[in-house]
Design a protein around this ligand. Sequence first.
Ligand SMILES: [Zn+2]
Length: 268
Amino acid sequence: MSLTEQLRPARSATSPAEQVALETAATTRLLEAEGILDYSGHVSTRIPGRDAFTIQIGSTSRAEVSLESMLVVDYDGKVLEGDGQPPSELPIHLEIFRARPDVQSVLHSHMELAIAFTMMEGVTLLPMRARASRWKSGIPVDPDPSHIKLPEQGRALAKTLGPHHAVLMRAHGLCLVAESVRALFIDAVHFKENAAAQMRVLQAGARPIPLTDAEIEKIERMEMRDWHIKKLWNYYVRKAIDEGILPPAWKDPLVPSKEMLKRDKFMK
Ligand SMILES: [Zn+2]
């Protein structure tokens, strides 16, 4: 054992439920720091082995979410654990989880850049940047501009999302879905980069040239999504701890170990 390893405190033995709640809390703070969440918006993640998911108390500041502000909620919207009320737009999460068994984590954000693409005639948000190949199947726009507080609104939104990984909400926001909360965070970073890239092209008065199918195919041949997620998660979590956005005590349960960051091959 190296000296560094001896000096490093043992990784705290958190339960899978606690780990998921901590990662969801951390993701919320990271997204707030990146300007993707602000005073509202929320992240939810399924709890492995339970018929329930975790989401923050609606009134807690997105910059201060911690384990204590995470609730355990069942798929009927009943709070099973925790002291507080979930966000009022809970039906977004309930109905997307119901409709998409493959989805582990859901983000709802009021990202200004993305909303702009629901308010321009003849303009569609397209995969421009290489990482936006994630949204190659399309980014549909849900027509309901109001807050999603009723089950039928949530169902309609989930229907618009369909099999895709993102949905815009007219004059309101967006939802992203992913296979883990870490993946969701990295997707959100790239979604914003992509929207900003297309907006810059439009502001330059030029015609956007999105990725072609052949380019997307080439990008995906080189893609190492799992590795990319680990690398970026490591970067953002470490930076956020250094900057005081995440508490130092979260370092052990959140920062990937050296072993986890080993990349054994360049391609699948
Ligand atoms: Zn909203």
